[in-house]
Design a protein around this ligand. Structure first.
Ligand SMILES: C[S@@+](CC[C@H](N)C(=O)[O-])C[C@H]1O[C@@H](n2cnc3c(N)ncnc32)[C@H](O)[C@@H]1O
Length: 231
């Protein structure tokens, strides 16, 4: 599915109030700090999907890459291999527990050009632009998905792209009856925002977006979006 920003109306969801945003963020911090020591299964289960998404970015040596919601750094090794020692990876997460593990991974590998930053990815600002961005299993956890997409858009060079891997409830078929249960579980497990509309938010903000892969009966998908203009 290819979508063009100019063909779309803005998403209907009203923006969260400051209080709602802060409450969501604080709950995310608690949830992901709690899970930061138990992340191994999610890391390995989704590895092929993450790798295929990174393939789509066609990273070049020397690229500057922004990752949002990096968790314990599950994508660092692959990105670092592609961009080499001459590139740079800046990875943002809000959970101190996750960042501790991400820093341990960086130290263990001695990567001098991989940097982590504790920040809310929906509001963080950077001085220098990035060539490429990545968000795996993180956008749907954020308190304001549209703002997170706008932040990434602003941070990219013209021609810059983002690959997003995310999850959603069953989009079709008889398994849809399970959706209320799935939503409740994922909200508890991940502070997941089931009505966030990641694909719509990205398509509203970026100049071009395409869902390039779906997995697990459509409950996981990969979207690649491009910023064409200088705006
Ligand atoms: C499911 S984990 C994904 C981690 C990793 N990207 C992966 O593919 O496994 C979601 C991550 O998003 C982070 N996160 C949630 N809200 C955030 C926000 N507003 N800003 C930055 N990171 C956030 C969480 O702390 C958590 O580490």
């Amino acid at each position: 599915m290819a979508t063009d920003r100019r063909d779309r109306t803005p998403t209907a969801d009203p923006p969260a109030t400051d209080d709602e945003h802060a409450a969501h963020l604080e709950r995310s911090r608690r949830v992901w700090d709690r899970w930061s020591d138990w992340y191994g299964t999610s890391e390995s289960d989704f590895e092929p999907i993450r790798e295929a998404a990174i393939d789509r970015l066609d990273l070049q040596r020397g690229d500057r890459v922004l990752e949002i919601g990096c968790g314990p750094g599950v994508n660092f090794e692959r990105v670092r291999r592609d961009i080499g020692a001459e590139g740079e990876l800046v990875a943002v997460d809000y959970s101190p527990g996750m960042l501790e593990n991400a820093r341990a991974r960086i130290e263990a590998h001695g990567w001098e050009n991989v940097r982590v930053l504790r920040a809310d990815a929906t509001t963080v600002e950077f001085d220098d632009p990035f060539d490429v961005a990545l968000a795996t299993l993180s956008l749907s956890v954020m308190p304001d998905i549209r703002r997170a997409a706008e932040t990434v858009y602003r941070s990219l060079v013209p021609g810059g792209r983002i690959a997003v891997v995310d999850i959603r409830s069953f989009p079709s078929g008889p398994a849809r009856v399970l959706n209320p249960l799935v939503r409740r579980f994922l909200r508890w497990y991940a502070n997941w925002n089931p009505d966030g509309g990641v694909v719509d938010a990205l398509a509203t903000v970026f100049d071009e977006c395409e869902v390039v892969d779906t997995h697990m009966a459509g409950t996981s998908y990969t979207v690649v979006c491009e910023k064409r203009d200088a705006g």
